[in-house]
Design a protein. Structure first.
Length: 405
C-alpha cells in the first residue's frame, strides 16, 4: 500500500534566503522546512541577482519569478520593500510588475502543483496579489495570510488601508506574530475568530544556544538587524556618546545592512565615536551565535518610526536571549510578547539619556545582568522554539485546508 499523500502547501514570500546562510532574514524558510514533514511545500518568491530560478533546499522546492530586467530587480533585498520605496520613490514603478508577475506565477503553480492551501506571508504585497487573483479565479484554494508587522503598521491612509482591508477580508484566516497586532487587523474588518496570534520561531536548540567555552565581553554592546528607522540604531549611537564617558572601554558592534547605514556612519564620525563603534555589515546566519555569546549586552532600541512603522515581534531579541545575552529593548508594544518580567530591560529608546543609563547600569552590574539573561532565556524556550511554532502553523493550515491532521 503506497504512502499517504501529504497535503500540498504553496508559500508566498518577499524576503527569503537567497542561498544557504544568507544574511537576509530566514524565518519563512525555517518554518517552511519544518512543515515538510506534514506538507509537500513549494515556496514562491521574487528573483534577485545571484539566486537560482528554481532549487530544492531542505526538502522545500523554491521557485523565483522575474519582475523586471535583472539589473532593476532591487525592490526586496538589502533593506525590505517599504524601506526601498521610502528611500528611492522611483521604485514604485517596479511594484505593478512585481505584483502582476507574482499573480501570473501563482496561477501557473496552482495549475501545475495543485496546492490544498496557500500561505501568504505579508498582507501587502503577497496577500493583496492573491486576493486580486482570487477575484479573477474562483478555483483558488483557501488562503492564510500572515502579517509580520511592517506590512500592517506602514503604508497607512487611503488607498493603502483599502488595499489591506481587501486583502485580509478575502483570506480564510489571518495570523499575526504578536498580540498587539490583533486590534490593528480587526480595524481592517477581520472578525476576531479569524485572527490567530502565532509568532515565528527561533532555533533555540541547535543554533542560538549558550556556550560556556565562549568568554563574554564586559564592554561590548551588540546590535543585530537592518539599520532602518524603526530599529532605532541612531538613538543607540547617540546614547554611546554618554556611555563611553562612564565606560571608556565600551564598544558598540552593529551587525546588519540597510538604507540608513551611510547616515549612521556619518553620525558616528560627527560624534567622534569612530574608535567606539564598529559596523560589520551583513553577517551570515551561522556567524550570529558567536556575536551574541561574546556580547556583554544586546541592545534592540526599537522605536515607532515616522509614519507609524514599528517592530512586529523582534526575533533578534529571542536569538540573543537564546545565546544567554542580557538584553535591553526599546519599549514598543510588541516587546510585551517577547520579554517577561525580569527577563530584560525595557526602555524608551528615543530617550537617549535613559537608554545610556540602562546600558551603563547593566554593564556595571554583571550579576543582575546574568539573572536577567537566564530569566529571559527560560521564557523564550517555552514560547519560541521552532518545533512548537511549526506545530501550531501546521495545525492551522490543515484546519483551514480541511484535510486530516
Amino acid at each position: 500500500m503506497g504512502a499517504e499523500r501529504r497535503p500540498r502547501l504553496l508559500v508566498l514570500a518577499s524576503t527569503y534566503p537567497r542561498w544557504a546562510d544568507d544574511h537576509e532574514p530566514g524565518f519563512v524558510h525555517e518554518l517552511a522546512r519544518r512543515l515538510v514533514r506534514r506538507f509537500e511545500v513549494v515556496v514562491l518568491t521574487s528573483s534577485c541577482p545571484g539566486a537560482q530560478a528554481c532549487e530544492f533546499r531542505d526538502g522545500v522546492r523554491i521557485v523565483r519569478y522575474r519582475y523586471a530586467p535583472r539589473r532593476l530587480e532591487s525592490l526586496v533585498y538589502g533593506g525590505g520593500i517599504t524601506s526601498h520605496l521610502r528611500k528611492s520613490p522611483w521604485k514604485w514603478l517596479l511594484v505593478p510588475g512585481f505584483i502582476a508577475s507574482m499573480m501570473w506565477s501563482v496561477r501557473r503553480l496552482v495549475r501545475d502543483f495543485r496546492p490544498d492551501i496557500i500561505h501568504a506571508h505579508w498582507i501587502v504585497p503577497q496577500g493583496l496579489a492573491i486576493a486580486l487573483l482570487s477575484a479573477l479565479d474562483g478555483t483558488l484554494p483557501p488562503v492564510v495570510v500572515t502579517s509580520h508587522g511592517a506590512d500592517l503598521f506602514t503604508l497607512r491612509g487611503w488607498p493603502f488601508n483599502v488595499l489591506k482591508r481587501y486583502a485580509v477580508r478575502r483570506a480564510a484566516a489571518v495570523t499575526v506574530v504578536s498580540s498587539v497586532m490583533c486590534a490593528e487587523v480587526a480595524r481592517l474588518g477581520v472578525s476576531q475568530e479569524r485572527i490567530a496570534v502565532v509568532p515565528m520561531g527561533v532555533d533555540l536548540v541547535g543554533r542560538f544556544t549558550p556556550d560556556a567555552m565562549t568568554p563574554r565581553s564586559r564592554d561590548r554592546i551588540l546590535f543585530v538587524g537592518r539599520p532602518v528607522a524603526k530599529k532605532g540604531v541612531r538613538h543607540l549611537i547617540d546614547a554611546m556618546a554618554a556611555v563611553v564617558l562612564a565606560r571608556p572601554r565600551a564598544r558598540l558592534v552593529v551587525a546588519g545592512f540597510g538604507p540608513e547605514l551611510p547616515a549612521l556612519r556619518d553620525r558616528v564620525q560627527a560624534l567622534g565615536l569612530s574608535t567606539h563603534v564598529d559596523f560589520l555589515g551583513p553577517v551570515p546566519q551561522d556567524a550570529l551565535p558567536r556575536l551574541y555569546r561574546e556580547a556583554a549586552l544586546f541592545v534592540a532600541p526599537f522605536v515607532e518610526a515616522e509614519g507609524g512603522d514599528q517592530e512586529g515581534l523582534g526575533l533578534v531579541v529571542v536569538e540573543a536571549l537564546g545565546c544567554g545575552a542580557p538584553v535591553i529593548v526599546g519599549d514598543v508594544p510588541a516587546v510585551g510578547d517577547v520579554l517577561v518580567e525580569g527577563g530584560g530591560w525595557r526602555v524608551s529608546a528615543g530617550d537617549t539619556r535613559a537608554l545610556a543609563g540602562a546600558i551603563v547600569a547593566l554593564l556595571d552590574d554583571e550579576p543582575r545582568a546574568r539573572i536577567m539573561a537566564d530569566t529571559g532565556r527560560e521564557a523564550a524556550l517555552a514560547r519560541f522554539s521552532w518545533d512548537a511554532v511549526a506545530e501550531k502553523y501546521g495545525d492551522l493550515l490543515k484546519r483551514v485546508a480541511r484535510v486530516p491532521s
